[in-house]
Design a protein around this ligand. Sequence first.
Ligand code: BES
Ligand code: MN
Ligand code: ZN
Length: 500
Amino acid sequence: MDFSVNTGALATSDTACLILGVFEQHKLSAAAQVVDDASGGHLGKLLQSGDLNGDAGQTLVLHGVPGLVANRVMLVDCGKAEELDRRVFDKVLKAVFARCAELGLTQATSTLAELPVAGMSFYQRQRAVAQAAAQSAYRYEHTKAKKPNARAPLAELALWVSPDASQAAAEQAAVHGRAIAAGANLARDLGNLPGNICTPSYLAEQAGGLADSADTFSVEVLDEAAMSELGMGALLSVARGSREPAKLIVMQHRGGQDGEKPVVLVGKGLTFDAGGISIKSAAEMDEMKYDMCGGAAVIGAMQAVRDLKLPLNVIGVVPASENLPDGAANKPGDIVTSMSGQTIEILNTDAEGRLILCDALTYCERFEPDVVIDMATLTGAVIVALGRHPSGLLANDDALAEALLAAGDAAGDRLWRLPLWKDYDSQLDSNFADMANIGGRDGGAITAAAFLAKFTKKFTWAHLDIAGTAWITGKEKGATGRPVPLLLEYLLRRCGQVSE
Ligand code: BES
Ligand code: MN
Ligand code: ZN
């Protein structure tokens, strides 16, 4: 998607569709007022008809508006001005770009960033517009014939800037929005691909494709022999149940000073989770192809970090494996030794994510990280606790937790923190090993994090449980690209490219 910044007069703007906001059926936004004046009051008169009903996201497309060069005008209702916040704004943007897709528009001009949205700066509003446009143009096309009447998605969006707003902020928002959306769309593509195509080796190849010749971005893939050498007994025990060899993907972006401690992102890359011997029931098991969405988010975020040349050292680590039942698979009661030396009694082979993550987290010690953030579709329990709106956040450091919560709010990719109190630890006690891999029904998302916490004592760490947010179930089934927007917001703030 191409973005341009448009500071010209709206009436003479040569565009396929001029997108304007209105409030409560007929109250014109500032840009809509300018266009209304140029059209001799055409818009105002039309809106008296009551075609918009005041619901945020309702759209009305007009042709032949007098006094304008634009081919069409799209009016979008934004509801009550005083209720316009990030959530409503995102809803409006989604509706607008869905309508553009319906109309088969390949070009449009948005004035929507001029709308006052509670808690959002002009830069943030403009970036939200750019991201929403680029994410709505995403199509999954790998394994499906194109419909013969399929329209081309939006390819060019002009971001209009009123005379009193900052052109530089809009330009920066366009650059950032484009890279973030591309990263999220890459994560969606990897998530949506089926398990028979998107294997651990496939993920490794895709990550490898991000490497540049300048050596500011490099990719290394550890195979099972290398992992065995490192003593990754927990990770490899999961991989033994599968014919697809496991991979540990390590991506490094060297944008910061030499010796500056890196931010390390770790993502669960379980390319298909049947549960292993503790096999899952058949219903919706297909959705377990999404169990690599944490890894996909890390790969997508690393691409965005590379594209934006962020002045930071960032490392992405993706442990990738399948979890299947097999003669060599983990059995309930088996005890494995992790890279940390701690032993684990596997009471349920379906709690495999923590087994591959714990060794990946121990591996991170070698980077002497400033912070480590892992993300994983780790538990069904986080969906029971929080539903599908926020990702679960658990952390061993309040400052990191606060920074991530704030970044999530600003990016419209929200988190909700759960406690990581020592009180939960006893649920992981085992009679035969240093810990069990499950902690019973109570607080399942928390005990999963409590398990990981046993492997992150040496650094500042946060865990994002994205089981409820990484994909949408039901008719609109598909990967969302979350938490790529949150991660980039956090990193952009860290290097001062975005103010808090
Ligand atoms: N990948 C699943 C978690 C999951 C479940 C994600 C549903 C999205 C939707 C994970 O590997 C798993 O199976 N977790 C178990 C843990 C349990 C055995 C302690 C779960 O949540 O049931
Ligand atoms: Mn599982
Ligand atoms: Zn899993």
